[in-house]
Design a protein around this ligand. Structure first.
Ligand SMILES: Nc1ncnc2c1ncn2[C@@H]1O[C@H](COP(=O)(O)OP(=O)(O)OP(=O)(O)O)[C@@H](O)[C@H]1O
Length: 260
């Protein structure tokens, strides 16, 4: 199976931070896998996802995304950017625009520069956007303004925008933390299901171990910038999860394969 993400001995510190946000991080995600990142606040999940999205520079180690190495000193070339889609916790939508217009924004990286500048989609772009809306169960909301939608509907729009981009890798940073349990479950089912049917890879962070277990094939546990376990979902036990989220102190052996 080919590799979607390969990270080797990654270290990164935010400008001005006393401690590194990522320390000796190494892991690999196969193409088509759904993997969850778990860990308490400050573990480094957002930093890792932003870095894989090409938004952070100044790191050390080796990082390869969809078969191409990332450059630690510059963002990926624009031609490669549409291959990676990102779903944000806060949705990051244009509130005063329609749902369809927001989803079409996902096509911008696939349009010619002139079309992107003019915001002028082709028939093909429209078809893809409408398919993404239908796949996310919100075809009937196409003409609604985003600021009239509920949180769950907004996250569906954000996922539809991501799918319209036709990404091969979907990164999602706590995509359900603003939603109630029922909607959280629906949205993670949608995200991982859409990735699976498209043959895309999904890497999402979460603070909800039960949902991560339900929708990911593999769980990576992070704490203080390091990976403390990396296991198939079936091997994750309650003790390991409790240990990951305990308040303070060193992490003793938890019966799982430590990877860094
Ligand atoms: N822009 C920044 N400047 C300085 N330090 C930062 C910045 N962003 C994050 N950090 C620090 O980097 C570390 C990792 O933070 P990060 O947001 O990646 O963790 P997280 O696991 O995503 O947490 P959460 O679950 O709360 O979102 C933390 O110590 C945090 O304070």
């Amino acid at each position: 199976m080919s590799t979607a993400v390969e990270v080797d001995d990654l270290r990164f510190a935010h400008t001005g931070a006393d401690l590194p946000a990522l320390e000796r991080v190494s892991f690999r995600v196969s193409a088509g896998e759904s993997v969850a990142l778990l860990g308490p606040s400050g573990a480094g999940k957002t930093t890792l996802l932003a870095l894989l999205d090409g938004r952070l520079q100044g790191w050390s180690g080796r990082v390869s995304v969809l078969g191409a190495p990332l450059d630690p000193d510059r963002p990926p070339p624009s031609a490669r950017r549409p291959d990676t889609g990102f779903v944000f916790q806060e949705f990051a939508l244009v509130e005063r625009s329609s749902v369809l217009r927001n989803v079409l924004n996902g096509r911008l990286g696939r349009m010619s520069p002139l079309r992107a500048l003019l915001g002028s989609p082709t028939k093909h772009d429209l078809e893809i956007a409408r398919t993404a809306l239908a796949d996310c169960g919100i075809a009937d909301l196409a003409e609604r303004r985003v600021d009239s939608l509920s949180g769950g509907q907004r996250q569906r729009v954000a996922i539809a925008r991501c799918l319209a981009q036709e990404p091969r890798l979907i990164l999602a940073d706590e995509p359900v933390s603003n939603l109630d349990p029922a909607h959280a479950c629906e949205i993670l089912a949608l995200l991982t299901g859409a990735a699976r049917t498209r043959g895309a890879t999904a890497l999402f962070s979460s603070h909800q171990p039960d949902l991560a277990r339900r929708f990911a094939q593999r769980i990576i546990g992070m704490r203080d910038g390091r990976i403390v376990f990396d296991v198939p979902t079936s091997e994750l036990n309650d003790d390991a999860t409790a240990e990951l989220y305990r308040e303070v102190g060193p992490i003793p052996g938890i019966g799982l394969r430590a990877v860094s």
